[in-house]
Ligand binder design. Structure first.
Ligand SMILES: [Mg+2]
Length: 245
């Protein structure tokens, strides 16, 4: 049963969760771990879309797991899962997501789960990625796009994780383009790290989506993602904050 259980969430959609997830998976595999990846719900894709996040994650993990477990639910419309499912006349069963997660975890040393959009995106009327992370005892890695606004979005997301009693392994401040960084981009890390002294904040360089898995795994090492993984291996049950109910 997987000892390392990671939940990768973002401060927004399109902030680089999949790229950072592929880098994390590559770094764990380079350490000899058997890794399973999961995108419980993906929207805006058809099941066989070769460009889906689920396929990119599965390939990074070695492609050994059944796609019906890697991505149990794929929905065409690019919306939050709850509404995409409603419009497709489909019901999302969290019990069936649980079963897929348990099958993946049973055969792996580490499981990485990538959310869709941000932390409070509705999967059903009563489930969000926050509740899923809690349910599956995942420790969170928060990916934030390094741009003006990142400070607020990161603090909101980390605060919600703490209130939901989900351990936060760290924040990955991701460069989403290769432009010359402006003042906000040059100072965000210091601001966030100062305000979150107990949470490692690491920078991840801009890399195009076409970057191969090997290069991404190398980037993980230089960007400090290995430090976050070491925290995951040390203690999967760091309890931070209090349950909010
Ligand atoms: Mg993604």
């Amino acid at each position: 049963m997987a000892m390392i259980r990671l939940g990768v969430t973002g401060t927004d959609t399109g902030v680089g969760k999949t790229t950072v997830s592929r880098a994390l998976i590559g770094a764990m595999r380079a350490d000899g771990l058997r890794v399973a990846a999961m995108k419980p719900v993906e929207t805006g894709v058809t099941r066989d879309d070769p460009a889906s996040d689920a396929r990119a994650l599965a390939a990074a993990a070695g492609g050994m797991d059944a796609m019906r477990d890697v991505c149990p639910i794929a929905l065409d419309e690019p919306l939050a899962p709850w509404m995409a499912a409603r419009r497709a006349n489909r019901a999302i069963s969290v019990a069936s997501l649980d079963a897929s997660f348990e099958r993946l975890a049973a055969g792996a040393d580490a499981v990485l789960v990538e959310g869709a959009g941000g932390l409070l995106v509705p999967i059903t009327l009563t489930d969000t990625y926050l509740s899923l992370f809690r349910r599956w005892s995942l420790a969170a890695i928060v990916v934030a796009a390094n741009r003006l606004g990142a400070v607020n979005h990161t603090l909101l997301t980390v605060g919600a994780l703490h209130r939901g009693a989900v351990a936060v392994l760290g924040v990955v401040l991701n460069e989403t383009d290769g432009d010359e960084p402006d003042l906000a981009r040059r100072t965000n890390r210091e601001t966030i790290q100062t305000l979150l002294p107990d949470t490692p904040v690491v920078s991840f360089p801009w890399l195009p989506a076409s970057t191969g898995d090997t290069a991404l795994a190398r980037a993980a090492a230089t960007a400090g993602l290995r430090g976050l993984l070491a925290r995951a291996a040390q203690d999967q049950h760091i309890e931070e904050g209090q349950p909010n109910r």
